[in-house]
Design a protein around this ligand. Structure first.
Ligand SMILES: C[S@@+](CC[C@H](N)C(=O)[O-])C[C@H]1O[C@@H](n2cnc3c(N)ncnc32)[C@H](O)[C@@H]1O
Length: 223
């Protein structure tokens, strides 16, 4: 935990200065590109590995996931923020697969019941207003046997770091300015929502651009 705190203090201030000097979309694209170089790219590939059919990506941001989809998919990408969605529309035009970018939020998805083969979300459940409502929506739109693929940072399981993350979450919310909570128990929430968790891969991303090295989980679950 000391290592994580030192890393945050070392890299956080320069990232904050960069965030203040850049536009929101430009900053998010820079952050995604840097994190991809530092190991996120491999996790993004694993997130959508072997998916086929109708895919719903929720919280697409400016489209950082779009380059990772393989053949045989038709993607609907939902993003509530107008500026990020404009970036996603541009990324969709450059993508190799069919991607339709639409407005919407995880808590109220603009999709019929049981119409989707896989729901994908990358670092989104940390920011949604209601994790429970969002997961209920994922379940509603997935076909029986459909897959939920999540790449999320989560609350630490450590007896010390976990409570510290709870205590300092309001400070973190103030610092990150994008509504990101670092203390969500996402794996537990997926189980509580009634999904069968097929696998959980643990990771920790050490990227100066993303200076809070929280525990991460690549979650594959089935409706
Ligand atoms: C950290 S960014 C991740 C963007 C992208 N998925 C990626 O991997 O780079 C979080 C995204 O979640 C979106 N978001 C926030 N609240 C949301 C909600 N309730 N429903 C859907 N997306 C949401 C934000 O607008 C933002 O684009």
């Amino acid at each position: 935990m000391i290592r994580e705190i030192v890393y945050f203090l070392r890299h956080g201030p320069s990232v904050s200065r960069r965030q203040a000097s850049m536009g929101r979309v430009e900053f998010q694209q820079w952050l995604a590109a840097e994190a991809d170089k530092d190991g996120l790219a491999e996790l993004r590939s694993a997130l959508v590995d072997a998916l086929r059919g109708d895919i719903l990506e929720v919280g697409a941001g400016s489209g950082a996931m779009f380059a990772y989809y393989g053949e045989g998919v038709s993607v609907t990408a939902i993003e509530p923020d107008d500026e990020f969605r404009a970036g996603a529309e541009e990324a969709a035009r450059a993508a190799d697969v069919m991607i339709d970018v639409v407005p919407g939020a995880g808590e109220s998805l603009p999709c019929p019941d049981a119409s989707i083969d896989a729901v994908v979300a990358s670092t989104v459940l940390c920011s949604v207003r209601s994790v429970q409502q969002t997961l209920a929506e994922f379940k509603r739109v997935l076909r029986p046997g459909g897959e939920l693929r999540l790449l999320e940072h989560v609350r630490s399981e450590s007896w010390l770091a976990g409570p510290l993350m709870d205590f300092f979450n309001p400070v973190w919310l103030h610092v990150n300015k994008v509504g990101c909570n670092w203390n969500r128990r996402t794996v537990e929430a997926v189980r509580e929502a009634g999904f069968r968790v097929a696998s959980v891969r643990k990771y920790k991303l050490w990227s100066p651009a993303s200076p809070a090295p929280c525990p991460g989980r690549l979650i594959k679950a089935v409706r």
